[in-house]
Write a protein that binds this ligand. Structure first.
Ligand code: PA5
Length: 426
C-alpha cells in the first residue's frame, strides 16, 4: 500500500547493494526487542495485541459523549496530540461536516489562543479528553485546569464529570491520581509505547471515536502493515536505507516531506516529531522539514529548485486514489485560456503536476527525490501509513546506532523553564 520509488540516479545501486544482513539483524532486534530502548517496542505488535475489552469500552464511552457535545477539546502535546490531529485531518478533511468538532489545546501556552477557544466555546456543548502519559507536562496541565474549571462553571460538577475523560498511565502520575479522585473515566497508555508511537492506542483512538471516525479501519490498516512488514525485505526499510545513505554517504542534512494534499499537513507534522525526536540525538540524524505543494511551490519552490545545493532531499507523498475527484468546468469563451485542462480531472492534473515538479527538482535541480506512493487517503491508509513510518523510523535510528525511543534533549528546555518559573524543588 506504500511503494518507495527512488528518482535520483546516484543512489539506486547503493540501496540495492546495501548490506542485507545488517538490515535483517536490526529487523530481528526490533522484533525480539533486544536493541537500545527495547522497553518501548510495544507498538510493534500492538495492532494484534491491543486490549479489545478496553477498545470496546472506549467505543461505548465515546458514543455516549458524542451524543452530548458539539466540540471535543483534545488536551495534549507532542506524541499525545499530533497523531489524533493527523488522523482527524487526513480522514475527515479540513472542514468536516460531522456533528463533533475536535479542537486541540494544551499544545501552547499562548494566552490569546486559549482565550479565543474559551470565547468560541461560550455557546457550545463540549467535553474534554485530557491526554498525557506522564500527567505532569506543563502545557496540557495548564490547559486542563482552565478548561475543566470553565466546564464545571458552565455545566456543574455532575455534567462535567460525565464529559471529562483522561487518557494516561495505567497506575502512576498526577493525571491518573486526579482522574481517580474526581471520578473521571480513564483509558490506558501502555507502559511500553512512547508518545510518538502511540497514535493507535487510546491516545489517538478515543478522540477519533468521538469524532465518528471508523477506528476499526485504522486498526485494520495497522494490522495489514504489521503483516506486510514482518519480513526484513520491505518498502519501509527501503525508504529507511535510502534516507540513511543520502545522509551518511551523500552528506545530505535535511529531509523534506512533501504532500500535494492539504489534509496531509498534520501527517507531515506527526512525521516530523517521529523522526526528529527519534533520530535527532548524539549529534546525528536528518533534520525533518515539510512542505505542502502547490502552495509552498510559490514560497519554498525557488529555494528547493535553485538554492544552496546538497543539504536537502525530498520525500514526496503521492496519493494514487483521492477521496473524491472533480472536473474543471469548460467555458464557452476560454478567456483565461484554461480550457485545455478540462480533458483531465483535477486529481489527474495534480498528478501530472507532481511528475513535472519531480522532473524539475531531480533532473534540473539535482535534488534526490524519494516518492512514497500511497494507494489512497482514508482511515485504513492512516493506520497502515503510521505503522509503516514507525517501522521505517526504528530501522533508520538503529542504522545510525541511536536509541529511537528516548528524548533526552527535550528535558533540557523543561528544566530551564521550571527553574525560571520557580517550580518547587528545581
Ligand atoms: O513522544 C513523546 O514522548 C513526547 O512528545 C510526549 O508525548 C510529550 O512530551 C507529551 O508527554 P505526556 O504525554 O507525558 O504529557
Amino acid at each position: 500500500m506504500i511503494n518507495t520509488i527512488l528518482k535520483f540516479s546516484g543512489i539506486e545501486k547503493e540501496v540495492k547493494s546495501f548490506d542485507k544482513t545488517k538490515v535483517a539483524n536490526i529487523h530481528k532486534m526490533i522484533h525480539e526487542k533486544t536493541g537500545k530502548g527495547n522497553d518501548f517496542l510495544g507498538w510493534v505488535d500492538w495492532p494484534e495485541t491491543f486490549n479489545k475489552d478496553e477498545y470496546n469500552r472506549m467505543k461505548v464511552v465515546a458514543n455516549d459523549l458524542r451524543s452530548k457535545i458539539d466540540v471535543l477539546l483534545v488536551v495534549g502535546i507532542g506524541g499525545s496530540y499530533l497523531g489524533a490531529r493527523a488522523a482527524d485531518e487526513m480522514i475527515r478533511g479540513l472542514y468536516p461536516t460531522d456533528k463533533v468538532e475536535l479542537i486541540y489545546v494544551g499544545n501552547t501556552m499562548s494566552s490569546t489562543y486559549t482565550q479565543n477557544i474559551l470565547d468560541y466555546l461560550k455557546n457550545k456543548e463540549f467535553g474534554i479528553a485530557n491526554v498525557s502519559k506522564s500527567g505532569t507536562t506543563t502545557e496540557p496541565g495548564i490547559a486542563f485546569r482552565i478548561f475543566e474549571e470553565f466546564l464545571i462553571n458552565k455545566k456543574g460538577n455532575d455534567v462535567a464529570k460525565s464529559r471529562i475523560v483522561a487518557v494516561t498511565d495505567r497506575a502512576k502520575g498526577a493525571l491518573k491520581e486526579m482522574a481517580d479522585a474526581k471520578g473521571y473515566e480513564t483509558f490506558v497508555i501502555p507502559d511500553d509505547i512512547g508518545g510518538r508511537f502511540s497514535v493507535t492506542t487510546p491516545v489517538g483512538i478515543f478522540a477519533l471515536l468521538v469524532a465518528g471516525v471508523n477506528t476499526d479501519a485504522i486498526m485494520k490498516g495497522a494490522m495489514k502493515a504489521r503483516k506486510e512488514l514482518s519480513k526484513p525485505s520491505n518498502e519501509a526499510y527501503k525508504y529507511a536505507v535510502s534516507r540513511y545513505l543520502l545522509n551518511t554517504d551523500k552528506n545530505y542534512k535535511s529531509e523534506m516531506l512533501v504532500s500535494y494534499e492539504l489534509q496531509l499537513q498534520y501527517l507531515t507534522e506527526w512525521w516530523k516529531q517521529l523522526f526528529g525526536e527519534s533520530e535527532g540525538k548524539d549529534g546525528k540524524g536528518l533534520l525533518p522539514t515539510s512542505c505542502i505543494f502547490s502552495t509552498d511551490l510559490h514560497s519554498m519552490g525557488q529555494f528547493i529548485q535553485d538554492g544552496t545545493k546538497n543539504i536537502i532531499f525530498e520525500s514526496i507523498i503521492r496519493v494514487k486514489k483521492p477521496q473524491v475527484d472533480i472536473n474543471v468546468p469548460k467555458l464557452e469563451k476560454d478567456l483565461d485560456g484554461l480550457n485545455y485542462l478540462t480533458k483531465n480531472s483535477l486529481h489527474k492534473i495534480n498528478s501530472i503536476a507532481i511528475e513535472g515538479v519531480i522532473d524539475a527538482h531531480v533532473n534540473v535541480g539535482k535534488m534526490p527525490n524519494i516518492v512514497l506512493e500511497f494507494d489512497k487517503m482514508d482511515d485504513e491508509m492512516f493506520g497502515y501509513a503510521t505503522y509503516w513510518f514507525m517501522k521505517a523510523c526504528a530501522m533508520s535510528a538503529y542504522l545510525l546506532d541511536i536509541n529511537p525511543f528516548d528524548q533526552p534533549g527535550v528535558e533540557i528546555y523543561k528544566k530551564n523553564m521550571f527553574k525560571l518559573l520557580g517550580k518547587p524543588g528545581m
